[in-house]
Design a protein around this ligand. Structure first.
Ligand code: 13P
Ligand code: SF4
Length: 328
């Protein structure tokens, strides 16, 4: 029950203080959730914060792989995700050893495509196909996939991570668009997985043409989870926080934003003199929007829902995350 006479926001702030809790929110969260958070950022910034922060409780307003990463990096803290159903469909497109789809409906594994592996295979299949080739797991993966990988990456650092490895061939999972973007920016061979983010995948070159016609003076920023044909039409390709930095530093006054609409809140708040237009008005991630002030309150009040990664997965997964944090 909420206390009488105080607002939900005030109740959250009181509970937060009493419990020595910190609220981390991804840039795609609802405006009011971003507003109450102690830190808002992209996946890389939030991982860094989760590994360094001094508190007893972390409330992670985001999706489940993010809360898992916080728990992996800070096992001594209680990590709570306010909405247990907030998952990332792309992260679920790769499994360690149980195929996501019935394999018998498809031909065998004898003749895999040269570059992009269909999601009917498993991480262990692709590792067996390329023994010794390092696996880079996008942070948008579950903890067990990270535990089976050599190093993690985010959209902010993938090229740097690929370049940091001494091997001339790397496996990148699970986002094919991010992997193709990395391939575009490195001489190494990138073996990709066929996963994708449904929010970014839906953007087509026609959307770019339409947005450019409507806003001819605007600078177009796109997230590397978009398709390559879209990225090639953009003026700047970067992560969510990369867009915040770019828009602030740019002399441009108008921007077309090619990512989830939650980012608009900070873009507009931090740049009141500039105009921001969505590349598509339906770039909304339902999982990211599940968390509300009510669920943040319940998280703090009732510990709903605690995320704890088992040690046998946490330790190797932390190695992959730490290795990434060491590079970037
Ligand atoms: P970044 O914030 O790292 O750009 O990530 C985008 C994303 O899709 C997170 O789910
Ligand atoms: Fe996953 Fe895309 Fe939603 Fe991010 S925006 S959580 S990648 S579905």
């Amino acid at each position: 029950m909420l206390s009488e006479g105080t607002s939900l926001r005030e109740d959250i702030l009181i509970l937060k203080q009493n419990r020595r809790a910190i609220i981390l929110a991804h840039n795609y969260q609802r405006n009011e959730v971003q507003e109450i958070a102690d830190f808002t950022g992209d996946s890389l910034e939030l991982s860094r914060t989760a590994s360094a922060i001094d508190c007893d409780v972390i409330v992670f307003a985001g999706v489940n792989f993010m809360a898992e990463s916080a728990s992996i990096l800070s096992p001594d803290k209680m990590v709570i995700i306010p909405e247990i159903g907030a998952g990332c469909p792309m992260a679920d497109m790769i499994r360690v050893d149980t195929p996501r789809l019935e394999r018998k409906r498809f031909p065998g594994f004898d003749n895999p495509p040269p570059l992009i592996y269909p999601v009917r295979f498993t991480l262990r299949d692709i590792k067996a196909q390329y023994p010794g080739v390092p696996v880079i797991a996008y942070v948008n993966t579950r903890a067990d996939v990270k535990a089976e990988s050599d190093i993690c990456c985010t959209s902010a650092n993938i090229v740097k991570i690929v370049e940091s490895l001494s091997d001339d061939k790397v496996i990148c999972v699970p986002d094919r668009n991010l992997s193709i973007w990395a391939q575009r920016n490195t001489k190494k061979k990138v073996i990709a997985w066929d996963g994708y983010c449904h929010v970014h995948e839906r953007v087509k070159p026609e959307d770019v043409e339409k947005a450019r016609r409507e806003h001819p003076a605007a600078v177009l920023m796109a997230h590397p989870e978009c398709r390559l044909d879209v990225l090639e039409m953009a003026d700047h390709v970067t992560s969510t926080s990369g867009m915040l930095r770019f828009a602030k530093a740019s002399s441009g006054k108008e921007f077309i934003v090619g990512t989830e609409l939650g980012l608009m809140y900070r873009l507009r708040k931090e740049n009141p003199d500039k105009a921001f237009y969505p590349l598509r008005k339906d770039m909304i991630c339902p999982s990211m929007k599940k968390t509300t002030l009510k669920s943040v309150f319940r998280a703090l009040k009732e510990n709903k829902y605690v995320i704890k990664v088992p040690e046998n997965i946490r330790v190797p997964a932390k190695k992959a995350l730490d290795r990434m944090l060491g590079v970037s």
